[in-house]
Design a protein around this ligand. Structure first.
Ligand SMILES: C[S@@+](CC[C@H](N)C(=O)[O-])C[C@H]1O[C@@H](n2cnc3c(N)ncnc32)[C@H](O)[C@@H]1O
Length: 293
């Protein structure tokens, strides 16, 4: 949703914009071109690997940028380091902030990262490979009921209990180490029938959300981020999951009721049919935008 991001974020010359989910820099490169030599792009990602890919693309644009390997929860610290600071503390603050949530195509396409059930890899799924338990560790550590709850809550998986039971039964006999091992176990555990998506899709999504503590982190971030935005600054968030979108929607609404934000998008903006055709993964994307009052 590159065009839509630029339309709502409005990254003009001289602006200071934070891309808090840099990925491989698709949006960031376009933003960097718009802000020109007098602007500053701050790029943040918790995955050190994608940052290096993005750095390569951004360097070619020639305009100022600084990249940080961090959870976006560390934005306050990063803004202090870059002397942009918090606008509520009298410092400059940001003119724009982008959140393009979820996993990147780059991460999905690396079998060794374990995000995809379509290729053989370890059950890792950590966006930041320097910390936290892997998906495999979660499967071993959580009890059957806890796993079922996780698949239900984060994946809306109707066969959550069956799948959790099958995983725990399997683990009592042998180790569960790879993505394809887990995918075929799930395939065997659920009834055959008409399916639009692979039976492992929802479980993989749920595990990824849990491993990276995506929802709690997003909620906490959105409740404090307003302090870094200067008046007139815009924030754009793209979500891919209904729970994620609900958090964004509620947080923006709370900010609106509290006189912090003007709501720019009453309803979420969806990708064009053309984009969905070219990139089917974009089909569930929802974009929402606010402006700091
Ligand atoms: C959908 S991709 C972003 C793609 C990017 N907009 C582009 O154009 O290439 C999401 C990125 O956000 C990162 N990410 C997810 N949660 C994060 C968090 N809490 N803090 C920092 N980065 C995060 C992921 O590692 C991933 O690279």
């Amino acid at each position: 949703m590159l065009r839509e991001v630029l339309d709502w974020l409005r990254p003009g010359p001289g602006k200071v914009i934070a891309d808090c989910t840099l990925g491989t820099g698709g949006h960031a490169v376009a933003i960097l071109r718009e802000i020109g030599p007098s602007g500053l792009l701050i790029g943040i990602d918790r995955d050190s690997e994608v940052i290096e890919v993005a750095r390569g693309f951004l360097s070619q644009a020639g305009n100022p940028f600084r990249l940080f390997h961090s959870n976006y929860a560390g934005l306050g610290q990063i803004l202090q380091e870059t002397e942009i600071g918090s606008s509520t503390a009298g410092a400059r603050g940001l003119d724009g902030l982008l959140l393009d949530l979820g996993v990147s195509s780059y991460q999905l396409g690396r079998p060794e990262r374990g995000f995809s059930f379509q290729c053989e890899g370890p059950l890792d799924m950590r966006m930041d490979r320097t910390s936290g338990p892997t998906a495999g560790e979660l499967l071993r550590r959580l009890k059957e009921e806890e796993l079922a709850r996780l698949f239900w809550d984060y994946g809306e998986e109707r066969w959550s209990r069956r799948i959790a039971r099958a995983i725990k039964t399997y683990l009592r006999k042998e180790p569960l180490e790879t993505t394809t091992q887990l995918a075929s176990l799930i395939e065997r555990a659920v009834p055959r029938g008409k399916r639009r998506i692979h039976p492992a899709t929802r479980v993989f999504q749920a595990l990824r959300i849990a491993v990276n503590r995506e929802l709690g982190g997003l909620e906490a971030f959105l409740s404090t981020v307003y302090q870094y935005l200067r008046p007139g600054a815009r924030m754009v968030a793209i979500s891919f999951h209904s729970l994620e979108d609900r958090i964004v929607k509620h947080s923006f609404l709370e900010g609106f009721k509290g006189g912090i934000y003007r709501l720019l998008t009453k309803k979420p903006i969806r990708p064009s049919q053309e984009e969905v055709r070219e990139n089917p993964r974009s089909r569930s994307a929802k974009l929402r935008a606010v402006e700091r009052i």
